[in-house]
Design a protein around this ligand. Structure first.
Ligand SMILES: [Zn+2]
Ligand SMILES: [Zn+2]
Length: 136
């Protein structure tokens, strides 16, 4: 058996698998997760900040649960996740179904290559902003 230092409380514990967190902290985290999940169910329109403050959970932790697809938000929620690959609105995780499908079939390996990106026409909103600023 492996002995590790708990990343949260610093105590030594017998490490089995998963994140390096002792069972006490893991239980604590699971309790928080259940609490947050319940909170979101009752307050589907709560923002990330509200959820974080009301449940005393760092936003970083909330985001991690979302990435792990353990938390999801309804379309009512002000919290909108976007696909890290194409920017489509998604409700949980990191990628939309379509990108996940592409990744599964290996087509998106291209993303990891160091080839220069094809030049795209800039579609940034900054353009409008600049024009607005220069109006007078
Ligand atoms: Zn601990
Ligand atoms: Zn996508």
């Amino acid at each position: 058996m492996d002995v590790k230092t708990c990343r949260k409380c610093g105590r030594l514990f017998n490490y089995l698998s998963g994140p390096p967190i002792c069972s006490a902290c893991k239980d604590e985290l699971e309790k928080k997760f259940a609490q947050v999940k319940e909170y979101i169910r009752e307050n589907p329109r709560a923002s990330m900040k509200e959820i974080s403050e009301e449940n005393d959970v760092p936003q970083q932790q909330l985001q991690q649960w979302v990435r792990e697809e353990r938390l999801e938000f309804t379309s009512d929620s002000p919290i909108q996740m976007t696909c890290e690959s194409c920017g489509t609105r998604i409700q949980t995780g990191r990628f939309c179904e379509s990108c996940k499908g592409k990744m599964a079939s290996g087509l998106t390996n291209a993303f990891k290559k160091d080839e220069p990106k094809p030049v795209e026409k800039p579609k940034k909103k900054d353009g409008n902003h600049m024009r607005f600023m220069n109006k007078d």
